[in-house]
Write a protein that binds this ligand. Sequence first.
Ligand code: NAD
Length: 333
Amino acid sequence: MKVAVFSTKAYDRQFLVAANSHHEHELVFFETRLSSHTAILAADFPAVCVFVHDLLDATTLEILASGGTRFIVLRCAGFNNVDLQAASELGMKVVRVPAYSPYGVAEHAVGLILSLNRKIHHAYNRVRESNFSLSGLLGFNLHGRTVGIIGTGKIGLILGQIMKGFGCHVLAYDVYRNAELEKIGGRYVELSELFANSDIISLHCPLTAETHHLINAETIAQMKPKVMIINTSRGSLIDTQAVIDGLKSRQIGFLGVDVYEQESQLFFEDLSGEIIQDDVFQRLRAFPNVLITGHQAFFTEEALYNIAETTCANLADVEQGRCCANEISYQLN
Ligand code: NAD
């Protein structure tokens, strides 16, 4: 099947070409993102393959459908960038890669926690400048601290397991309980209790209408002073301006984020030498107690391998009309 593969970097091509060696898809790679402006490139392609910053709103989907596209093949788990209702009305199938790097993302969250706490990013720069002073590098023991995990699916559970290994107490909030988390001693509580008692809060729920700006001025006010907030999930779980205010008042002691509300203007590109126009982002990264990575939590060899293998298998399933376990179902009213 002919597949228009959008938002591809050299590393995507490498893993997809390798996975496709035991399939016979005709993969055509585009570096550009898919949007209503670029959808025309997919004319006559039965399938498009996309990632987190491709925008599949109703207009884009209509252009794709009129060009003959029937299958939307996501190389990621989250699908907040796809208008599922529009896809369903246009008779398009949407498939995804539900799990490709749960260990990678959870381990990255731990990396942010440790770096922020022990100020490893500052220490690295100091030592390079022959500054061996310890002033300002004081951290705290993780042992005995309370970690609040919001969203205890695949990634949240693994984070809970790792933090238990550090000797932390684990509080959890989810709309569904995960028995595995309870088995290792995690305790489900109401969100207000999690906010009030956690030294570290880590977000692992999807972005939905319910979770949009879950971290806002009101919820920040319920947290422990000097709380550490970690977000490796989706940028819009956090109201960035509210977090900036919380950092300025010192209610938030540390912020580690791999995702950012307006990241599609910035992340995955080399913008060194460019003038960044996003003043909110510039303010955020100016704080010494904020650590930002550019949506790299998933970025491990294992993840790229799993993404490519599952994507090629999903393409084979939809092409041959087989039931695909990774299809995202949407019920039209
Ligand atoms: P998952 O589906 O296994 O788990 C998500 C959990 O969130 C589920 O248990 C679900 O019940 C829970 N949830 C849903 N709505 C909720 C709500 N309103 N409040 C609290 N919990 C709620 O997903 P996962 O594989 O663990 O991934 C979690 C998120 O991580 C994804 O949605 C994605 O946005 C993000 N992610 C980021 C990266 C990265 O590179 N930074 C990579 C992969 C996934």
